[in-house]
Design a protein around this ligand. Structure first.
Ligand SMILES: [Zn+2]
Length: 512
């Protein structure tokens, strides 16, 4: 079958039976040829100095990615938001040294296609993925391809198909296919589908393979590395198109008898995922040129802050407090904001009155894309007197690596109780950290359910005040306080914390 394809990126090219040969990463022969052509064309557009400037002077380029997560018409098979966020985090880690970062353009598209769920390489599937493609973005379709689960690939139509089973948070397969998207051939270009070791082990490789010149090892006399193989002198000659271990023991020699030492760390090789981690300098230069050559619909993610560095905290209800009345249809959970998106989880607890989350008791779980740092939680699943936990994960369409906040706890109550009406032990606590005290200070932990001003005093056993710190700001949550104690002689003392809510005391023994 012959096809004629015209795209804005590529000149008119004729393809014969583009999917005839199935490869590990699924790149068709025709696409492989096109990638190499594109690489060579890009190379003519920039001088070495311009490429160097492009790589050394840039700030981070944010690249919009359109994700299409495919289920079948029964609703099965889609990659979840959580899985996509995890692999985007891994992909960004593999490209950060190139100042390239990917972000989710608009939102993840959840699509339905029985064709892709069944066989992503069929003509119908290719056409569907083509139709979904959003110009000016990198299009990645994720699906199961159940009856034909052989590979992920980059298509000459400029989209990536990612087999759901190949998605991982380490994103090695993803980084490889994205490499193709940016015009990188395999390090073993020309040898796709060949078995170099079994065909040529112990002897010299031919000078042509599948019509392509075979890359020689030499980088000096007789070198052909600028055009043969992947076209990069910065990646070693590589003939190995099956997933290889590292280090890989090679007996086949190059066409003039030189020993091969392929780089198993190279992401564009077929060494196993555990081995690959890097692009060569030449490959990075080619990526930089391709990034600059393309037209992006947007380079602006909805936030560039690394959200894994901060964690949201509860505003209402405060940790360890009551929450009600549950006779209201909804109650508002409110947390410190700053992220454009959030993932909110609310769970029951395992044992009554013990704050151990029971994640199988899902009260609510969901993504929030509206920028609000609050949620009106329906009370229908809450019972008065029962304890619940909740936590929030901040997300932006670029920063998808953050961990959830620590769990916050509340007790559902049938009537609203203000903090002031709670028993004192629910509002605040005072603890001596190491007692008896053997050092020159007394270390305290103070917990308060809201910001309070307090006075700390120490009394000796005969009732004398030996230390007083007034108007101390006690911030909501747990704080550590160190009181100077070097002038206190051995003996028993009383530490007293006074606030407008009441008074807490603890006995402390100084024994040096
Ligand atoms: Zn590949």
């Amino acid at each position: 079958m012959m096809k004629l394809i015209l795209t804005s990126l590529f000149t008119l090219v004729v393809f014969f039976n583009v999917l005839a040969q199935k490869l590990d990463c699924g790149l068709s022969d025709a696409t492989a040829v096109m990638i190499k052509q594109r690489l060579m064309q890009n190379r003519m557009l920039y001088t070495k100095q311009q490429v160097h400037d492009l790589m050394s002077n840039r700030t981070i380029t944010y690249i919009p990615v359109s994700f299409h997560s495919v289920s079948n018409s029964s609703g099965q098979g889609a990659a979840t938001e959580k899985e996509i966020f995890a692999f985007l985090c891994g992909l960004n880690a593999l490209y950060i040294d190139q100042d390239i970062q990917f972000f989710i353009y608009n939102q993840i598209h959840f699509r339905v296609s029985d064709a892709i769920d069944d066989d992503a390489s069929s003509n119908a599937s290719s056409q569907t993925m083509d139709n979904w493609s959003i110009p000016g973005t990198m299009n990645i379709t994720i699906g199961r391809s159940l009856s034909n689960q052989w590979a992920s690939w980059y298509s000459w139509s400029d989209y990536i198909f990612l087999l759901k089973t190949m998605m991982t948070p380490q994103a090695k397969t993803e980084a490889h296919e994205v490499g193709h998207f940016f015009g990188l051939p395999h390090t073993f270009y020309g040898w796709e589908g060949e078995s170099a070791e079994s065909d040529y082990g112990g002897s010299n490789a031919p000078s042509l393979i599948n019509g392509h010149p075979v890359e020689k090892v030499s980088r000096t006399s007789g070198a052909n590395c600028t055009t043969a193989g992947d076209g990069f002198c910065g990646t070693e000659a590589d003939y190995f198109s099956s997933r290889t271990a590292c280090p890989y023991i090679v007996t086949v020699k190059d066409p003039v008898g030189a020993s091969l030492d392929p780089d198993e760390t190279n992401i564009m090789s077929y060494a196993s995922d555990a081995c690959i981690s890097t692009f060569s300098y030449d490959q990075k230069a080619a990526i930089a040129v391709d990034v600059a050559q393309r037209t992006w619909v947007s380079n602006t993610p909805n936030g560039t802050t690394d959200l894994s560095l901060t964690s949201p905290s509860a505003i209402s209800p405060l940790n360890n407090t009551q929450f009600g009345p549950i006779s209201n249809p909804t109650l508002r959970l409110d947390w410190t904001g700053g992220a454009p998106w959030y993932y909110l989880e609310v769970y029951g607890t395992i044992i009554p009155n013990v704050w151990v989350p029971d994640v199988s008791d899902v009260i609510y779980r969901g993504y929030h894309y509206n920028g609000n740092s609050f949620y009106d939680l329906p009370t229908s699943n809450l019972q008065a007197g029962k304890f619940y936990v909740w936590r929030v994960t901040p997300i932006s369409n670029y920063s998808t690596c953050a961990s959830p906040s620590p769990y916050n706890k509340f007790e559902a109550v049938s009537s609203a109780t203000s903090l002031k009406e709670l028993p004192l032990e629910k509002q605040m606590s005072l603890q001596i950290n190491s007692n008896p005290v053997t050092s020159s200070y007394i270390s305290l932990s103070v917990y308060t359910a809201e910001d309070l001003v307090g006075t700390l005093r120490i009394y000796s056993s005969d009732g004398r005040e030996v230390l007083s710190l007034s108007n101390e700001m006690l911030l909501q949550g747990e704080s550590s306080v160190q009181l100077p104690a070097s002038n206190l002689v051995n003996g028993v003392y009383l530490v007293v914390l006074t606030t407008e809510r009441g008074l807490l005391k603890q006995k402390v023994i100084v024994q040096r």
